[in-house]
Design a protein around this ligand. Sequence first.
Ligand code: 1GP
Length: 250
Amino acid sequence: KQLLDKILQNKQLKKKALAVLLDPDKVEPTAFNDFLYSCVENRVDFFFVGGSLITNNIMAQMIESIRSLTNIPVVIFPGNSLHVEPSADAILLLSLISGRNPEYLIGQHVIAAPILKQSGLEILSTGYILVDSGRQTTVSYISNTTPIPHDKPDIAACTAIAGEMLGLKLIYLDGGSGAMYPVSPKMIRRVSENIEAPLIVGGGINSAEKAHNALEAGADIIVIGNAFEKTPTLLPEIAEVIQSFNLTTV
Ligand code: 1GP
């Protein structure tokens, strides 16, 4: 329970965190090491590794590279039950609670359960809430689920409350990778005010301003993938935003 304890403790201390999403399909091998060094320098808190569709088989290799250069915890962000890699530290066991597809609510979990139990991975049970972000994302297509409308914060809040009541330890509000616009601050605020569980927010956060807005509205952990793939130099700017919150809380 090491990572969960750390996340809960951070939440208690009102400490914000940054997770960098590494999509095995998108990493540029030549630039990867430099980016990892930059993550260490900029005190990235977590790596999330995965995605809803992975077309190559380099997750283990990626984790090995991460391990050789950093001590940053590696958390699998799986798209299905095939995405289990025991060399990571933990896995977000996502139940797609915004959707009504039983396969992603519990089906894949049943298939993965015995393997996860033997893997030694820390299991982070997570209520995963997909929010409409202006375009159909890979995750909504692959999961065959309808995201919550962008302008319906109450649906998101009730979904999160239900997820927490069911015992899920983390809530993840996601616009999906490459979202046209991120989850609105209004929705983030409505959700965070209604749950005790730490709130992860991602999808379409591609500027310091959007990162700031998500954190100010109540995100405990922000996740950024695409923006760093396109503009790795954005990392120090985002790190500064995180720091600005943490300096005022310590
Ligand atoms: C997607 O929340 C993550 O599931 C990150 O999204 O790639 O748009 O940053 P981006």
